[in-house]
Ligand binder design. Structure first.
Ligand code: SAM
Ligand code: SF4
Length: 329
């Protein structure tokens, strides 16, 4: 087994697999309203190819966790069958998914039965008009129904991810936390990152982790919990615990030094970081007949060159050419 270590001593064990670059929503910070030039079908990895690469990752490269993402993973045909085959790999990886939740009312039971363990559902607002403004789709009720279905199906935990946007939904931090606490969904706020397709991200306008905490503290008592480890969220006990809330300060408090992630895009490119400017193509050599050992070698070399950090604060920082939906969040 060759571990996916990099030159800064970090070891990647958490693989994010983007199953598609397509999505049924158009969140302003992720995808243009007109959509993108989707990857041609022939460039998207087939189920067999996804399985082969994940098998290489878990049997040869020390990956223990696989998170399915996108785009929106639930728009991929055959998702349930793919999950069943992923959990049948040995050693068995922990398989989870990040989704906007709008299809979970239909899919949660089958996904749980197939072996999916946990979900993170993205929900930025509890107001239908704002949901429409942020996602360009009138699907708030579907996302909420999806969350309830996920919990009822036994997916655990069912976490909620929220991005706050200034003057759009930044007054909802406490309301979102109350709503999630009432339903038993651990909530994590994510600082908006420069991965929007319009390249209009502005650090001065971004809602910072410190602001989010200040807003939450107007209604809750928060106590910082130690032991963040490789988890990106700083966790706080709410009103003395045991409930917690997380803040992922990707920009103002980056967790790069403890990062244990590696990404595989829907078209078979390895990215060592969301903000990496380089990708390593595994699809072309795989389709040209490369054996597992060679693909593992290419993968390991891709991670070895991982940079120390995302460099958002570096004056030379350049946003990746692909937006979040195409990289896999
Ligand atoms: N479609 C799924 C979803 O929305 O959960 C999975 C893919 S989405 C790219 C994964 C996560 O990335 C979501 O929680 C979303 O809010 C977050 N995200 C997308 N663009 C972002 C950005 N520019 N900054 C911070 N988070 C972002
Ligand atoms: Fe789609 Fe998720 Fe991006 Fe929203 S954040 S547009 S739901 S991929």
């Amino acid at each position: 087994m060759v571990a996916l270590w990099d030159s800064f001593g970090r070891v990647a064990t958490d693989l994010r697999v983007s199953l598609t670059d397509r999505c049924n929503l158009r969140c302003t910070y992720c995808m243009p309203v007109e959509g993108l030039a989707w990857l041609p079908r022939e460039e998207t990895l087939t189920d067999e190819e996804v399985l082969r690469l994940v098998r290489i990752a878990v049997t040869r490269l020390g990956v223990t966790e696989v998170r399915l993402t996108g785009g929106e993973p639930t728009v991929r045909p055959g998702l349930v069958g793919l999950v069943a085959r992923l959990v049948a790999l040995r050693p068995r990886p922990q398989v989870s998914m990040t989704t906007n939740g709008t299809s979970l009312a239909r899919l949660a039971g089958a996904l749980r039965a197939a072996g999916l363990e946990r979900v993170n559902v993205s929900l930025d607002t509890l107001r239908a008009d704002r949901y429409l403004a942020i996602t360009h789709r009138d699907r708030l009720a579907d996302a909420c129904a999806g969350l309830a279905a996920a919990a009822a199906a036994g997916l655990a935990p069912v976490k909620v991810n929220a991005v706050l946007l200034r003057d759009v939904n930044d007054d909802e931090a406490a309301a979102l936390l109350r709503w999630c606490l009432e339903r038993g969904y651990p909530l994590r706020f994510i600082e908006q990152m420069p991965l929007d397709p319009q390249h209009s991200w502005d650090r001065g306008v971004m809602v910072t982790g410190a602001e989010i905490l200040a807003r939450l503290r107007s209604e809750f008592t928060l106590t910082a919990l130690p032991g963040r480890g490789s988890a990106p969220a700083e966790l706080f006990a709410v009103d003395g615990g045991p409930d917690t809330v997380g803040v992922i300060g990707s920009v103002t408090a980056p967790f790069c030094a403890a990062c244990d992630r590696v990404r595989l895009t829907a078209d078979g490119q390895v990215r060592s970081c969301l903000f990496a400017r380089e990708e390593t193509d595994l699809r072309t050599p795989m389709r040209a007949g490369a054996d597992d050992a060679h693909l593992a070698q290419l993968w390991a070399a891709a991670v070895r060159g991982k940079r120390a950090g995302h460099g958002i604060d570096d004056p030379a920082f350049a946003q990746p050419a692909r937006p979040m939906s195409a990289i896999g969040g």
